[in-house]
Write a protein that binds this ligand. Structure first.
Ligand code: MN
Length: 406
């Protein structure tokens, strides 16, 4: 991101939680390089025209209560925020510099589910393990996912410790194949009652907003443990989350048709298909990953871009993931986090993890400065970014999700 461009113009207005000057967790709204303190500005009466439940939620220390309200409440709050920020005079004294703020996890995350929605990622990874049959037969019928671990989700910037585990050789020790995964997360707003599926037509009404997710993965631990029940300790040691949750309403101008299934692919089953989903189920959003090693930082070499892709290339949409997740009656709750799975595109430069970029270490990457990477080394810092751009519209971004190993 260049100095001149902010991810947070007034068309964005994402929500986050920061520690204010007195140490209290406080909901804030990002505006340029400042944060509007929602607790103080609500207390000062700037949102008195809004319903009590909205004002009460704005004073909380997590976004859960706000997420539990309805899209109507979210829209009203956003409209009032826009009005205040355009006028600026009334909010000026409730703005704090972003650089002084410590950002926290935006919500208490009850459950975390991670999908596998990029067919390019699934195919690239499948090829490494099954060259003749990379894509399993279920892939085009069902959005594949697994239940992740909510307790080890950490805020962007929190250091990630290299995990130890069992690997293929039946030995126990530090992972030698630590990887990142570039993902987009989406927070559940209003949930559903146990036993009551969410139809795809109303699935997006249950999504509060999106953020960036780094699903750190230990590939050697994962390879040894993943059959038959899927990922477990190879992923549950840490998952990093960007601090700002961008509302779905802010993303509306960047909605595009879902990925066009190639001829011969099965159509989605009826409960995973709708006209709205076909026409604007995807989000046109660029996603980038950068790495900076300890040596690069010591020698003033700027971070190196590892990949660049687009979120619109997912085989399965957010609405399809919500509809599928609840199709058996499973209940989602406000603050639950769902994530897309590694976002990779059709090009070599759009591969969203090192496992794909280096083909499990077979094609190492040379960093500026001469270091070679198959997987992450201690001291490596990985930063994810996401942003939407369209002619005639300002760029809006998700900010950064960063984490350093060690
Ligand atoms: Mn993942």
């Amino acid at each position: 991101m260049t100095e001149a461009v902010t991810d947070f113009p007034i068309e964005n207005l994402p929500y986050g939680v920061f520690r204010d000057g007195t140490g209290i967790a406080t909901i804030g709204v990002a505006i340029g390089d400042r944060i509007l303190d929602l607790r103080r500005s609500t207390g000062a009466g700037l949102f008195d025209e809004l319903p009590t439940e909205t004002r009460r939620a704005c004073g909380e220390g997590t976004l859960n209560a706000l997420m539990a309200l309805t899209p109507g409440h979210w829209h009203e709050l956003r409209a009032r925020l826009t009005e205040l920020v355009i006028a600026m005079a009334e909010v000026e004294s409730y703005l704090v510099p972003m650089q002084d703020a410590v950002m926290l996890l935006p919500a208490v995350i009850g459950d975390y589910s991670d999908f596998y929605a990029s067919i390019f990622h699934a195919t690239n990874v499948g090829k490494l393990f099954r060259p003749d049959n990379p894509l399993l037969p279920n892939y085009k019928y069902v959005p594949i996912g697994y239940h992740g671990r909510a307790s080890s989700i950490v805020a962007s910037g929190v250091p990630v410790r290299r995990p130890a585990g069992q690997t293929q050789a039946a030995t126990f020790g530090p992972t030698g194949a630590l990887d990142y995964e570039l993902e987009v997360g989406f927070f559940v707003g209003g949930g559903n009652a146990l036993g009551t599926p969410i139809p795809i037509e109303s699935a997006e009404e249950h999504i509060f907003g999106v953020c960036l997710v780094n699903d750190w993965s230990a590939r050697d631990i994962q390879a040894w443990e993943y059959q038959p029940l899927g990922p477990f300790l190879g992923k549950s040691f840490a998952t990093s989350l960007s601090p700002w949750v961008v509302p779905m309403e802010a993303l509306a101008p960047y909605r595009v048709p879902i990925y066009a299934r190639p001829a011969g692919d099965p159509a989605p089953l009826a409960h995973l298909d709708s006209a709205a989903n076909r026409e604007r189920g995807a989000i046109d959003m660029m996603l980038e990953v950068e790495i900076s090693s300890a040596k690069m930082r010591d020698t003033c070499i700027p971070p190196f871009r590892l990949s660049r892709g687009n979120f619109k290339e997912l085989y399965w949409s957010l609405a399809q993931m919500v509809a599928h997740h609840t199709s058996n009656g499973c209940n989602l709750r406000p603050g639950d986090l769902l994530a897309s799975g590694t976002v990779s595109g059709p090009d070599a430069e759009s591969r969203g993890c090192l496992l794909e970029l280096t083909r499990r270490g077979a094609d190492p990457i040379t960093l500026p400065g001469g270091e070679v990477r198959r997987f992450l080394e201690d001291g490596d810092e990985v930063t994810l970014r996401g942003y939407c751009e369209r002619d005639g519209l300002p760029r809006i971004g998700l900010g950064e999700c960063t984490g350093r190993v060690g």
